[in-house]
Design a protein around this ligand. Structure first.
Ligand SMILES: Nc1ncnc2c1ncn2[C@@H]1O[C@H](COP(=O)(O)OP(=O)(O)OP(=O)(O)O)[C@@H](O)[C@H]1O
Ligand SMILES: [Mg+2]
Length: 252
């Protein structure tokens, strides 16, 4: 199995609060790795540290064998990380289509070492077609030209997923992709995430609170509790772990 990410002895504090405590973390190519843990366990912080949005205080992070500890988030995007956020980050005043054009153009200009600017934007046919294809794949056709800020919560999440895919990541990180969804929207989101995983051959890293979603997607499960990893392995093994049941699953 090829390892695409490896983190060693990560520590992160916010002021006096130690949020990650000596965390070792690995990600194998092709896995759907789900990180669970109670509110405040440090899951989003772990995501931020791995994606480069936040610096770790100590420890190392390697991506496909290269040390990226000192790289900024946008530089790690170039190394193949895409991510979505616990609260969707989209351009509210623009349509889903326009949001996608920006994501695709950003990728293309990054690739060519150019800075993205809206000023001279006249998207090529291939870019327009790719945006249309992503709209179709993610089931966003019905949003047509509505401003993204007026989309339903589920559609905003879909749009964010489409924008992440537009960057053509190898590794896709999704922080609570089904947060705030109804049970039926959740089931649909699991189907969609599995579908894009297969279509794009992605490695997935997710956090999630809903256990049906967790066990519906995970090929590997890691439990974070108060900034420490207390278990990691096959979902069924982790489910049976007595410490995990005590500190986490037992609460649900
Ligand atoms: N930017 C920040 N500044 C100060 N403290 C922070 C910051 N971000 C997170 N924390 C603290 O770090 C701890 C872990 O937060 P984090 O958001 O990583 O948890 P989480 O596991 O993602 O929780 P949830 O399940 O609620 O999303 C919490 O005590 C939180 O208050
Ligand atoms: Mg969180």
């Amino acid at each position: 199995m090829t390892q695409i990410m490896q983190a060693r002895a990560m520590c992160k504090s916010y002021g006096p609060v130690r949020v990650l405590e000596n965390v070792d973390f690995e990600l194998d190519e092709g896995e759907a790795h789900v990180v669970i843990g109670p509110n405040g366990a440090g899951k989003t912080t772990l995501f931020r540290c791995l994606s480069g949005e936040t610096r770790i205080d100590s420890g190392t992070i390697t991506l496909s064998g290269s040390d990226v500890t000192a790289l900024e988030g946008w530089q790690r995007v170039k190394s193949g990380i895409g991510r979505s956020f616990q609260v969707a980050r989209i351009f509210g005043g623009m349509s889903a289509f326009e949001n996608l054009i920006i994501a695709i153009e950003t990728r293309e200009r990054n690739k060519n070492g150019l800075r993205f600017s809206l000023r001279h934007l006249a998207p090529r046919k291939a870019v327009l077609e790719e945006a249309e294809r992503l709209i179709g794949e993610l089931g966003l056709e019905h949003t047509s030209d509505d401003a993204a800020e007026n989309l339903s919560h589920g559609d905003k999440k879909r749009l964010e997923l489409a924008m992440s895919l537009a960057l053509k990541p190898k590794l896709l990180m999704l922080d609570e992709p089904t947060a705030g969804m109804s049970p039926s929207d959740r089931a649909e989101a699991v189907r969609l995430i599995s579908q894009v995983r297969d279509t794009y051959g992605l490695t997935l890293l997710l956090t999630e609170h809903d256990m049906e979603v967790v066990f519906g997607l995970a090929t590997r499960l890691t439990v974070l509790h108060q900034g420490v990893i207390i278990a990691s392995g096959q979902p069924e093994e982790v489910r049976a772990d007595s410490r995990v049941r005590e500190v986490y699953l037992g609460q649900h």
